[in-house]
Design a binder for this molecule. Structure first.
Ligand code: SUG
Length: 440
């Protein structure tokens, strides 16, 4: 039975804002305090989902986590009813912002996923990322795991693991540092893990910004998922690029099927990495390696060229890039040539500016899950995007989301009420039942 790739996009939550929470993510740092537009953010994300659905791709929606996370604020010692907790927490704006971030929208960081063709027990395996490097993101894994279990419920087809131990040695950022290459979606493929540092041994690592992913974490996931070591490749990200703002591998590389599109500075000993991928793939790896002479790392980070989605089309690939790529002359020139002499047949630009200002481009907003037809039929049916679901979700956003939100608005008890009301209704639209703690 044929397998295909499905994209599970994170729906942007009602608290989307710019709190400058991610050191090493240049967009997040530079947009601190700017007013956000949660309504536009959610609609931009939905428009991306719709564009891919319209082109015939399997497209699904993952609901946002409940924010502000009042339970987390209580764990930090803020007391009283919900409104009192928020007012008290407002005196510690960094903590309130961390507990209010809509960062679960970047579902490339939700989990690492291995398709059933790659795993020893023939199930699709999921390990939620522990995201230990950033306080606001470290609050995600438990609830994310709960949502993944609700969306992929069948234990015969889907295996769910707990997030790795919440310690820096096992820093794990999920699919953002994991690429699956294969000659065909349904055939055993190569799982390619990229880490920033080892986790237990000293060695090459960035000086300025953190290496969020460790090799120890990637190795643990490969074991948990029952991957074949002959088809598993580990590579270190070049520390200098992390220091230049490449906080995840998906900011400097993207792969799909037998194609790898990356910057020449992405990896330590890149030639050896390509050779290993080629050997593991057992077929010829197609590579588009962009030299610094064409596009500098700084331009790649600014434009988010490599955070594009690479999708299979007849006889090649479609590149779904952020609009910022069309605005940068060097990137625009490069992309114009790309379709002439590479397997990339078409480039589609989309406006995802609201998410981009927090360092989240097209690829950050989606979790890729390769599924057979039977596995697809075992997914909670209500999460698939359809024409009708798209219309209902847009109307739902228009009804519940604010069009302006600043970090100081996070203490507003009305925002919590609005958000919970919206999420309660959303679980009905997606047919997911009571997934949020406030619904229990
Ligand atoms: O973890 N930004 C996210 C962006 C994640 C992008 N994901 C991938 N590359 N796959 C992060 O740094 C910023 C939130 C703020 O500053 O308000 C934030 O969390």
């Amino acid at each position: 039975m044929s397998s295909r790739e499905a994209n599970f996009d994170g729906l942007v939550g009602p608290t989307h804002n710019y709190a400058g929470l991610s050191a090493g993510n240049l967009a997040s740092e530079s947009n601190l305090g700017r007013k956000a537009n949660p309504r536009a953010a959610a609609l931009q994300g939905l428009a991306k989902m719709k564009a891919l659905h319209d082109r015939g791709y399997w497209q699904a929606v993952l609901p946002p986590l409940q924010r502000p996370d009042v339970a987390a604020l209580r764990r930090l010692g803020f007391i009283g009813d919900d409104a009192q907790v928020l007012v008290a927490a407002a005196k510690e704006p960094v903590l309130l912002a961390a507990c209010s971030s809509a960062s679960s929208m970047w579902t490339a960081n939700a989990a690492t996923v291995s398709p059933s063709a790659d795993t020893a027990d023939g199930r699709v395996h999921f390990t939620p990322a522990n995201l230990v490097n950033k306080l606001h993101r470290a609050l995600e894994p438990e609830a994310t795991g709960r949502i993944l279990r609700a969306v992929f419920p069948d234990p015969v087809r889907f295996a769910h693991h707990a997030a790795l131990p919440a310690h820096e040695s096992f820093g794990d950022e999920g699919a953002a540092n994991h690429t699956r290459l294969a000659m065909d979606y349904g055939k055993a493929g190569v799982e390619f893990f990229v880490y920033g540092k080892h986790g237990a041994r000293p060695g090459k690592q960035p000086h300025r910004y953190p290496a969020r992913q460790t090799r120890l974490a990637s190795e643990a996931i490969a074991r948990l998922h029952g991957l074949d070591s002959r088809r598993t490749v580990f590579a270190q990200q070049e520390p200098a690029v992390i220091d230049a703002g490449v906080f995840h591998n998906d900011v400097i590389a993207v792969g799909n099927l037998d194609l790898l599109f990356c910057h020449e500075s992405a990896y330590v000993k890149s030639m050896a990495v390509y050779a290993e991928l080629e050997r593991a793939l057992g077929g010829s790896l197609r590579r588009i390696v962009v030299p610094a002479s064409r596009i500098s790392v700084a331009t790649a980070v600014r434009s988010y060229l490599f955070n594009s989605q690479l999708l299979a089309v007849d006889g090649g690939h479609l590149l779904l890039a952020p609009e910022e790529c069309a605005e940068d002359p060097a990137v625009a020139d490069y992309l114009a040539e790309l379709t002439e002499h590479t397997p990339i047949r078409e480039v589609l630009h989309l406006d995802l500016r609201q998410s981009m200002r927090n360092g989240g481009g097209p690829a950050c907003l989606r979790l890729r899950v390769v599924l057979s037809e039977e596995e697809r039929a075992a997914v909670a049916p209500g999460v698939w995007l359809t024409e009708d679901k798209y219309a209902r979700l847009c109307a739902w956003v228009e009804r519940h989301y604010r069009d302006e939100l600043a970090p100081e608005d996070l203490a507003d008890p009305a925002l919590l009420k609005e958000s919970n009301l919206a999420l309660d209704e959303l679980t009905g639209i997606l047919g997911l039942g009571a997934i949020y703690p406030f619904q229990q």
